[in-house]
Design a protein around this ligand. Structure first.
Ligand code: PEP
Ligand code: MG
Length: 572
């Protein structure tokens, strides 16, 4: 059920994500008094915990680099100073000695004393430094409780909104790297270091949302408005429409800013190239987003169907696709329909009958059209995800116009059904195809009339053009992207798409391999989709290339008769 909560805006922006509820480490203090002889050891225990906290901060400092280092260095410095401040440390030791308190009890007492002093300060910025004391206390507490054990590692936070009392800046930095989208804090203040950091990350934060820890549960869908300091749990269709409108505005602003700063991938002569991410879960999406991908160019969905007895339901699929969409924070996500068959045999409920030659068998779209009920379930789930952000649907292994027409019929039926039941769906969900079969390349001008976009699956295209199994080590020499036939195929589809004004990207491995970047630029490619970790390398490779010079060499690339000539051309 939808519910709405108010807090204080600490960092602007809207975010939609799944809740990750985190309770602060319980300050469970040891209340009994120490035997007199145990006091010196307890002081040592406290000092050891201080040292652990110091070395954690040092470790953090060492790992920081770039802009993040600048943002966090001062904050870490402030925390390190508290750890070395006699007002703090001597106070705790004195309490252990004079009152025979356990270190945890003394730490809590000292924290309360300092907190009261901070609360009495009028200046809100200085008052907010109390948060810093709390974060340091939490760190020392955790070290005392662990007693020398390593801290627990948490799973990635891609597509999530943190619901917490407060979060230490250093932890926030780590969560941001993992793809956290926003913070809802029951305590904290807009002046806290955490809020300052959230603003520098452009991550929405709302603080002082009383009761959030009791009201919101792990996995709840949360729409947060950092501008108004408002939280909506389980948002409805109207909320989502408002959110989508905001995303579109933001997208426009970001594109304008990117143009102004020219910070995207560009060739040396200034030509803009779009780099997209290939992904298959929210973690890889978060990585792509963090590394500057313009969109998810390929989201493989086979993982949802693997190693299980029953097919994933429409709702289960919907949640997975929706989470992928929200993890991308408003940038487009290209969801690929099931590419079952060949090397992607799954076992379980969708086992395909034995085939002599599975790579040439019931694969990709052929399988989906043969099992329309499976296809419709997936299509509906994907369409439903489009209410949460821009979605494109991509179909693999297409080799004829009829396949696209049949699939589009099914797409229209699903769309009509969802509209009849007033299920939120975006108005515009492009339906595209993978170009990975030579037949599709040869009829690409015609395919461009029935498909909204192309994504070239160069991994499969190479294996089908060269008749070399991509997974067979014995023919690895034949599976060669620098084969003239493959290059001419690639050029043909790029050129046909250009003439038909059909958007086209390449999402096979060559798109993320800097050795082939120059070749792809020469052939006219402007959209590369790759594993997120390859983005930085390809961006660097592009910065070294002169597109005009490479385009002028196109004829030479196309007329090269063998690998060696192509290699020399690339080296020159
Ligand atoms: C491809 O064939 O190039 C591709 C991207 O798809 P997959 O590797 O999943 O077959
Ligand atoms: Mg493929």
């Amino acid at each position: 059920m939808r519910s709405e909560w108010e807090g204080t805006s600490a960092s602007r922006g809207l975010a939609l994500g799944r809740a990750r509820v985190v309770y602060s480490a319980n300050l469970e203090i040891e209340t009994e008094l120490l035997a007199h002889g145990a006091v010196p050891n307890e002081v040592k225990r406290f000092e050891a915990a201080l040292n652990v906290a110091r070395s954690e901060l040092q470790g953090l400092r060492d790992r920081l680099s770039g802009a993040l280092a600048r943002d966090l260095a001062e904050i870490i410095e402030a925390h390190a100073m508290i750890l070395d401040d006699p007002d703090f440390t001597d106070g705790v030791v004195a309490l252990i000695r004079s009152e025979n308190l356990h270190a945890t009890a003394a730490l809590k007492r000292q924290r309360d004393l300092l907190a009261a002093e901070f609360d009495a300060i009028e200046n809100p910025y200085l008052r907010a430094r109390r948060d810093d004391v709390d974060h340091v206390v939490q760190r020392v507490f955790a070290a005392l409780q662990r007693g020398g054990a390593e801290p627990e590692r948490k799973a990635g936070a891609g597509g999530e909104i943190l619901i917490c009392e407060t979060v230490a800046p250093a932890d926030l930095a780590q969560l941001q790297e993992q793809g956290l989208l926003g913070i809802v804090a029951t305590a904290s203040s807009p002046y806290s270091h955490t809020a300052i950091l959230a603003r520098s990350f452009r991550m929405p934060m709302v603080c002082g949302v009383k009761g959030a820890l009791n009201l919101i549960h792990d996995g709840d869908l949360v729409l947060m408005d950092g501008d108004r300091g408002q939280i909506i749990v389980q948002p409805d269709a109207i909320d989502l429409t408002r959110f989508r409108a905001h995303q579109r505005e933001l997208d426009k602003t970001q594109k304008r800013r990117a143009r102004e700063k020219a910070s995207e991938a560009r060739t040396k002569d200034g030509f803009l190239i779009h780099l997209h991410a290939n992904a298959e879960d929210t973690e890889s999406i978060a990585l792509g987003r963090r590394l500057g991908a313009s969109s998810v160019g390929l989201f493989r969905t086979e993982f949802l169907f693997m190693r299980r007895r029953e097919l994933p339901s429409e709702d289960e699929q919907f949640r997975a696709y929706r989470d992928a969409v929200i993890a991308m924070g408003g940038l487009p996500v290209t969801l690929r329909t099931l590419d079952l068959g060949a090397d992607k045999a799954l076992g379980g409920p969708l086992e395909i009958a034995h085939e002599e030659n599975p790579a040439l068998g019931l694969r990709g779209i052929r399988f989906s059209l043969a099992r329309r009920e499976v296809f419709a379930t997936q299509m509906r789930a994907m369409l439903r995800a489009s209410a949460f952000g821009p979605v494109r649907i991509l179909m693999p292994m297409v080799s004829s116009i009829d396949e696209v027409r049949s699939a589009r019929e099914l797409y229209e039926e699903c769309m009509a059904d969802l509209r009849t039941t007033r299920t939120p769906v975006a108005d515009d969900v492009p339906l595209g195809i993978m170009i990975e079969v030579p037949a599709a390349v040869l009829i690409s001008s015609e395919l461009a009339r029935v498909a909204d976009f192309f994504a070239v699956g160069s991994n499969d295209l190479a294996q089908y053009v060269l008749a070399a199994d991509r997974n067979n080590a014995a023919v690895v020499n034949h599976y060669d992207p620098l084969h003239p036939a493959f290059i001419r195929m690639l050029y043909l589809v790029l050129d046909n798409a250009r003439q038909a004004k059909c958007p086209i990207s390449v999402c096979g491995e060559i798109a993320g391999d800097p050795r082939y970047t120059a070749l792809l630029i020469a052939l006219g490619l402007t959209d590369f989709s790759m594993h997120p970790n390859a983005i930085a390398d390809v961006r660097d490779a592009l910065a070294e290339l002169n597109r005009k010079t490479l385009r002028a060499k196109l004829a030479k690339f196309l007329h090269a008769s063998d690998r060696e000539t192509l290699r020399q051309l690339l080296d020159s």
